[in-house]
Design a protein around this ligand. Structure first.
Ligand code: FES
Length: 483
């Protein structure tokens, strides 16, 4: 009698050719009784298993996914399973953020001689998935009214408007360095006084257009890789500087080519909420800043935006308002209070159950336009022409506008940024429909911190991002028991 008594579920197994596939074969040759739910896909090494294989399976109807490779130190390619172990552990802890029970995914190690262990693994995992039942489908989820908002945590520092920032001194410093640079990237007034756009300063008169303050929301580091190999300057806020450092960590730019100008950031406005409050208007009458708020007059009506209330969520937890790496830094450093506030977007996710997260993302993905603004604004999204969302070979995803495809794209983006995302929030800011996708990156960032000795991307130009390396003995990743 089959162990699942004819009620098979859809379980996908990715088995390394050299060990676990041999282990499954050994169990078969020994006629060890096994459940019949598992559909095995043979891969050259567990290191070949991209976490996206697993997410794609789970989003497209698999009830469970099992990955099995050679035991650590036994990999046929020396270190494939060491890399896999880090990636798969991060993925396992990330799945609940999507509303997927992490018990539906497991990874383990089985050697070719361990037929009995294979039997135990497959029987144990299958009965676990059976206890969970069929996986709920994303498209079946109904909108959750809980997807509204969450309380704002107190900021780590006093937020202000940069009213007294030494902008003139900064302009002077840029003018002095400009003859040796192709251009310096900063911000200028945008299509009206209430918005800014990137500024590429190539001539001295361009420098006079530079603006500074809470409207400088864009991260200019996104343009730096395009200037690779050319002498370029950049004006940064603290969070932008972390992106520059991460680009240096990944050799996407060279330190000797980049001149970094910095002022201490006092916070930036959440333009989605600002725009919502401003509503439709035709003319901007004026912008007035005091120490703690910005007053914007549109069509004769004045709207006040206090930084304590209208700053971006990421600014509340920012402990690096001053660039950690700069050639020219002007202005004093603000006092940082102790603490580690949970960002509002992540707090929103944390407050939900698995089912609520599923319904939340389903509702949010209904609104997604697939415009890829989130990808294009991301300074660490560097594949450009080779993005898997556009690729036909391999064909990772379709161009259909269904919620599964859209959430799969967001998951790909988030997983590609695991251990690399500096939390600048550009993905979310650029989203024209205001989907809080930063929460997915923040969820992974928290996992990376927990697993890899409090690692935060973009703080040390010499550090190796954790998912690009491994330890033979991981401090915080341990083999789970099979009972
Ligand atoms: Fe088996 Fe690498 S060859 S895990």
């Amino acid at each position: 009698m089959p162990m699942t008594q004819g009620n098979e579920l859809r379980i996908v197994g990715f088995l390394c050719n050299w060990c676990s596939y041999g282990g499954a074969d050994t169990a078969g040759v020994a006629r060890a009784e096994q459940p019949t739910d598992l559909r095995i896909i043979r891969v050259p090494c567990s290191g070949r298993v991209d976490p996206l294989f697993i997410v794609k399976a789970l989003l497209n109807g698999a009830d469970g996914v099992l990955v099995s490779g050679c035991h650590p130190r036994d990999c046929h390619y020396s270190a494939g399973n060491f890399y896999a172990r880090r990636r798969l552990e991060v993925l396992k802890r990330f799945l609940p953020a999507l509303g997927i029970d992490d018990a539906r995914f497991e990874y383990t190690w089985v050697s070719a001689s361990e037929g009995q262990r294979w039997q135990q693994v497959v029987a144990s995992f299958t009965s676990r998935v059976h206890a969970l039942g069929e996986a709920p489908r994303l498209g079946d989820a109904k909108f959750s009214p809980k997807a509204a908002g969450t309380a704002l945590p107190p900021p780590l520092r006093t937020l202000g408007t940069g009213k007294n920032a030494p902008l003139d001194s900064l302009k002077q410093a840029i003018k002095e360095k400009l003859p040796g640079l192709e251009c310096v990237i900063g911000w200028q007034q945008g299509y009206d006084g209430a918005h800014t756009t990137p500024l590429f300063m190539r001539k001295t008169e361009d420098v006079d257009k530079l603006v500074w303050g809470p409207l400088n929301v864009a991260n200019p580091a996104v343009y730096l890789p395009r200037f690779k190999g050319r002498k370029t300057g950049i004006v940064v806020k603290g969070c932008d500087a972390r992106s520059v450092v991460e680009l240096l960590q990944e050799n996407l730019i060279a330190r000797e080519d980049v001149t970094i100008f910095a002022l201490p950031c006092e916070g930036t406005l959440d333009m989605a909420r600002v725009n919502e409050k401003l509503g439709r208007y035709t003319t901007v009458g004026g912008i007035v800043r005091d120490e703690a708020s910005v007053a914007i007059t549109v069509d004769g009506r004045e709207h006040s935006f206090g930084m304590a209330e209208y700053a971006q969520g990421k600014c509340r937890g920012c402990a690096n308002p001053v660039a950690i790496l700069a050639d020219v830094t002007l202005g004093g450093a603000p006092e940082i209070h102790a603490g580690a506030p949970v960002p509002p977007e992540l707090g929103l996710l944390d407050a939900m159950s698995l089912e609520e997260r599923r319904t939340f993302w389903s509702a949010q993905m209904e609104r997604c336009l697939r415009c890829y603004a989130c990808r294009n604004a991301c300074p660490m999204c560097v594949c450009r022409d080779y993005c898997v969302s556009d690729s036909r070979d391999p064909h990772w995803m379709t161009q259909e506008a269904d919620v599964t495809q859209k959430l799969f794209f967001q998951t790909i983006h988030a997983l590609h940024l695991a251990g690399r995302c500096t939390g600048c929030g550009e993905c979310q800011r650029a989203c024209p429909v205001g989907i809080p996708i930063l929460a997915l990156r923040q969820h992974i960032a928290r996992t990376v911190e927990e697993l890899f000795d409090n690692y935060k991307p973009g703080l040390d130009p010499a550090a190796v991002p954790p998912l690009l390396g491994y330890e033979m003995e991981e401090q915080n990743i341990h083999e789970r028991e099979w009972k």
